[in-house]
Design a protein around this ligand. Structure first.
Ligand code: SAH
Length: 357
């Protein structure tokens, strides 16, 4: 992740202010890309002392069930030789560590490749999974063998582009500086009608369309690799299974939602993932879309309740915590419904467990 040059002691907000004063408003996509590059390069954002908690940090059951799903796919695909485990944005490496342990129990010991932009997080990942090899970009992971790929809360951090229908036609949503010096959203000057799919161009004034070109590009690449070299993939994130309109950009700092433009580089900026579009992209590359399930239903289908009971029996003093963690992952009013799991596989690979279609 290469951010804009920020002189030592200068905040990203100041850098943005100067840039906008000199060259005019910047797109939301540029704002989000630079803000997150800055954000992730400087800290470990995960955990109770950080800004947010992710599923693998809640319980080992999450990574274990992801590992089991991958092992099951691999076994039923006929145990192809020397697959690669590839994870995008592995955070602290917790998911990979738990998944690799579960895979090993089924005779699966893949070569491990991490795609990670942050040096701080790479340090934690190497401690969790010492054999991991690192890449700044998926394009650098060697081709030629089946991949077992996982991305949890990775796509939501990629920059979104927003287009809004104004009285004068479609415009890009940009970030400008308001009179009081704060950042403010503004419709750009340039007509952007050509960037809007024809079927949606006639939408009423005020309609906002959000797209994530980097997520689309990621799916294009992953699906192409699956189709050519075999394998299976899981994308897990909060988002929607059917297309929508409206902005979903949000910022979180210290477990609280904050104003997305207020503190660039100091809060985690995310947007909902549009799984419907991503499934279309995968299919257009001849990969199999296995389904997009709610996280709660998927984890239950994979046996999280039985796993929680076993863990609680082994450590009775922790039983309450284990069951509470299970609830956090699956309950509809917690992560169970908002988070989705999308499964993909190579043509000729089997259906995936947990995806009722
Ligand atoms: N998957 C982990 C971490 C989620 S946070 C978990 O579930 O706990 C997002 C992760 O994606 C971090 O590791 C962050 O550094 C990485 N990341 C975000 N944008 C990236 C980019 N453009 N390129 C590479 N890694 C990125």
């Amino acid at each position: 992740m290469n951010g804009v040059e920020t002189a030592p002691g200068t905040s990203l907000a100041e850098t943005f202010r100067r840039l906008i004063a000199a060259t005019g408003p910047i797109s939301i996509a540029q704002f989000m890309a630079e803000a997150n590059a800055h954000y992730y390069s400087r800290r470990d954002p995960l955990g109770t002392d950080g800004d947010f908690v992710t599923a693998p940090e809640i319980s080992q059951m999450f990574g274990e069930l992801v590992g089991l799903w991958l092992a099951d796919m691999w076994v039923r695909a006929g145990r192809p030789a020397r697959p690669r485990y590839v994870e995008l944005g592995p955070g602290r490496g917790t998911l990979a560590r738990d998944a690799l342990r579960a895979m090993a129990q089924h005779g699966l010991a893949p070569e491990v490749h991490f795609v990670e932009g942050s040096d701080v997080l790479r340090g934690l990942q190497i401690a969790a999974v010492p054999e991991a090899r690192f890449h700044a970009d998926l394009g650098q992971v060697p081709l030629d063998r089946p991949i077992l790929l996982v991305a949890n809360e990775f796509l939501d951090a990629l920059p979104v582009r927003q287009l809004v229908r104004t009285a004068a036609g479609w415009r890009e949503v940009t970030v400008d500086i308001a009179e009081d010096g704060s950042f403010a959203l503004a419709a750009g000057d340039r007509p952007m009608d050509a960037a809007v799919p024809e079927a949606r161009r006639g939408a009423e004034e005020g309609t906002l369309i959000e797209t994530c070109p980097a997520a689309t590009a990621t799916l294009f690449e992953v699906a192409g690799r699956l189709a050519r070299h075999g394998g299976a993939a899981l994308f897990i994130d909060y988002g929607h299974a059917a297309p929508r309109t409206g902005s979903t950009l949000q910022a979180v700092r210290a477990h609280r939602k904050v104003e997305p433009l207020a503190e660039p580089g100091e809060a985690d900026l995310t947007a909902h993932v549009d799984f419907a579009i991503l499934a279309d992209v995968a299919r257009s590359r001849e990969a199999r879309w296995l389904g997009t399930a709610e996280q709660g239903a998927w984890l239950r289908a994979l046996g999280i309740d039985a796993r929680a009971e076993v863990l609680a029996r082994v450590a009775p003093d922790r039983a309450g915590d284990i069951l509470a963690a299970r609830d956090r992952l699956v309950a509809p009013d917690q992560m169970g419904r908002l988070f989705k799991v999308m499964g993909l596989a190579a043509p000729g690979w089997p259906d995936g467990a947990g995806f009722a279609r």
